[in-house]
Design a binder for this molecule. Structure first.
Ligand SMILES: CC(C)(COP(=O)(O)OP(=O)(O)OC[C@H]1O[C@@H](n2cnc3c(N)ncnc32)[C@H](O)[C@@H]1OP(=O)(O)O)[C@@H](O)C(=O)NCCC(=O)NCCS
Length: 170
C-alpha cells in the first residue's frame, strides 16, 4: 500500500505547473509564466504544494519582503508601535489551490505554512506583520476567516500582526 502525503516545497524547474487551474486565470498564468523568473530574480519566494512522488503543482503561495505605510495601520494598533513612517512586513502576494482540491483544507494548509515560514524568517529579519492583497471579496473573506484585519485605505489589503501569528505556533 502506498501512503499519500502532501509536501510544500520551494518551486523548482522539475515541478509541473502547466495543468494548474484555480479558476483565476491571472493566478494560473503567474504560476505558469512568471513564478520561476520571480524566484530566480529573488523578487518572490514561491512555494508549491505537491503529492510526492508526483511533481504536479496543486497549490502555491509567494512571499516577499515589503513595507507598510504606518498610516494604513488601524489607530488602535499603530498607537502601540514606534513612530516610524514605514514598517517592515512580509507580503503574502499570492495563494491559490487547484480547483480539483478546493474545500479540502489545502488553502488552510498553505496559509499556515506561509505564516509559519514568515514567523521563522522574522526571527532573523524583522517583520511586524504578514500582509495580503486579496484579489476579490471572496479572497478577503478567506483571510478574514483566519483573523486577518483590513488595513485603512483599502478593503483588499489585510494584515495579521506577527505577534498574533506567534501565538498560533506556541
Ligand atoms: C481561497 C482558497 C485559497 C481557499 O482554499 P480551499 O482549499 O478551498 O480552502 P480550505 O478548504 O482550506 O478552507 C479552510 C477554511 O477556510 C474557509 N474558507 C474557504 N474559502 C473561504 C472564503 N472564500 N471565505 C470565507 N471562508 C473560507 C473554509 O470554510 C474552511 O473553514 P473551516 O476550517 O472553519 O471549515 C481557494 O478557494 C483558491 O485558491 N481561490 C482562488 C484564488 C484566491 O482567491 N486566492 C486568495 C487570494 S489571492
Amino acid at each position: 500500500m502506498q501512503l499519500t502525503y502532501w509536501r510544500i516545497e520551494a518551486l523548482q524547474k522539475n515541478h509541473n505547473r502547466q495543468t494548474f487551474s484555480c479558476d483565476h486565470p491571472a493566478l494560473d498564468r503567474y504560476l505558469q509564466q512568471q513564478a520561476r523568473q520571480d524566484g530566480e530574480k529573488r523578487v518572490a519566494a514561491v512555494f508549491v504544494l505537491v503529492q510526492p512522488p508526483a511533481c504536479q503543482v496543486l497549490g502555491y503561495y509567494t512571499l516577499s519582503a515589503s513595507t507598510l505605510n504606518a498610516k494604513e495601520v488601524p489607530p488602535e494598533l499603530v498607537r502601540k508601535l514606534p513612530r516610524y513612517p514605514q514598517l517592515p512586513v512580509t507580503l503574502l502576494g499570492r495563494l491559490a489551490v487547484d480547483q480539483q482540491l478546493k474545500g479540502q483544507g489545502m488553502g488552510q494548509f498553505l496559509l499556515m505554512d506561509a505564516l509559519h515560514r514568515s514567523l521563522q524568517a522574522a526571527a532573523g529579519i524583522a517583520a511586524m506583520a504578514v500582509v495580503v492583497d486579496a484579489k476579490d471579496a471572496l479572497a478577503a473573506a478567506f483571510y478574514q476567516h483566519f483573523g486577518f484585519i483590513p488595513l485603512n485605505l483599502s478593503a483588499s489589503r489585510l494584515f495579521l500582526p506577527m505577534a498574533t501569528i506567534a501565538t498560533l505556533f506556541n
